[in-house]
Design a protein around this ligand. Structure first.
Ligand code: CP
Length: 304
């Protein structure tokens, strides 16, 4: 663990396994010891979302409310940023108003790191560009540990648009700290060039991936971040990389399916699989609340 406790959560690359374990233990306490009273009413949490969200935004809000924390929504389009106020001034205004924690989503890589230097407000990265989405990475680890408590020998495979996926990066950084074997496949132009150097074994097809792993994490094709010509047609993608019962049934073993959402049915995954007992997709969503309670309370305890 680092000598100085961090008061931000910017990514999983630069925090230790011990720190991740601390957050996941808090999450477990919030999930399973529901009667435990928590009250952090002196804290105030602001949402600065410059990109859309359903899961992350709502689960952070519910997590904060369960911890007794007031929340405010900062909408840049109706804020004084639209009148020319700088981000530094905005952050200092928020701090003067008593905001202690900001949950931030932005399209630009390293935006949250820049923001963390502008005031004493603690910053939680709620997804930025193609860099990291640490709270999703932590809830994915938490969900996996419900099936594989020590992660011993578990093999995880990613399929899809890894190039644009901040979730994949946070998942990979987190999983590697537990020594998990990681595989990946997808359209060649959607696989980052540094994937093998990140310790991920790239395989040639979805069938090969299914043959090797215990859990598949499917990723959304992020058309909004790519040139329209990037990948030919949805039909071709589904045929090559869509997860279907037909493909899974070739294995005798049960293979668990995860997806950070939002899912595109009949593109990344068939409805049959998404709604099957193999799918942990909604379990991931509901684990978002205790994990984000764990993140907020960890940050607050590091501040105090
Ligand atoms: N997984 C995820 O970040 O979903 P949202 O975009 O709905 O927050």
């Amino acid at each position: 663990m680092s000598k100085f406790k961090t008061k931000h959560l910017l990514g999983l690359k630069d925090i230790s396994k011990n720190e991740i374990t601390e957050i996941l233990k808090l999450a477990s306490k919030y999930k399973y010891l529901k009667s435990k009273k928590v009250n952090l009413q002196d804290e105030a949490l602001a949402f600065l979302f410059f990109e859309n969200s359903t899961r992350t935004r709502i689960s952070f809000e519910l997590a904060a409310k369960k911890l007794g924390i007031s929340t405010i929504n900062f909408d840049s389009t109706s804020s004084s940023i639209s009148k020319g106020e700088s981000l530094v001034d905005t952050m200092q205004v928020l701090e003067s108003l008593g905001v202690t924690v900001a949950v931030v989503r932005h399209k630009k890589n390293c935006f949250t790191e820049e923001l963390s230097k502008m005031s004493n407000v603690s910053i939680i990265n709620a997804g930025e560009g193609s860099n990291e989405h640490p709270s999703q990475g932590l809830l994915d680890l938490f969900t996996l540990q419900e099936y594989f408590p020590n992660m011993n020998g578990v093999r995880i495979g990613f399929v899809g648009d890894i190039e644009h996926s901040r979730v994949a990066r946070s998942d990979i950084y987190g999983l590697q700290k537990y020594g998990v074997k990681i595989f990946a496949t997808g359209p060649k132009n959607l696989l980052p060039k540094d994937l093998e150097s990140m310790g991920v074994k790239v395989v040639n097809s979805l069938d090969e991936l299914i043959n090797k792993v215990d859990v598949i994490i499917a990723l959304r094709i992020q058309y909004e971040r790519m040139d329209k010509k990037y990948y030919p047609t949805k039909d071709k993608y589904f045929k090559e990389f869509g997860i279907t019962n037909e493909r899974l049934e070739k294995q005798k073993r049960k293979i668990l399916i995860m997806h950070p959402g939002p899912i595109n049915r009949e593109l990344e995954i068939s409805s049959e699989v998404a709604d099957s007992s193999n799918s942990l997709i909604l379990q991931q969503v509901s684990n978002g609340i205790p994990v984000r309670m764990g993140i907020i309370s960890w940050i607050v305890s590091n501040r105090n």
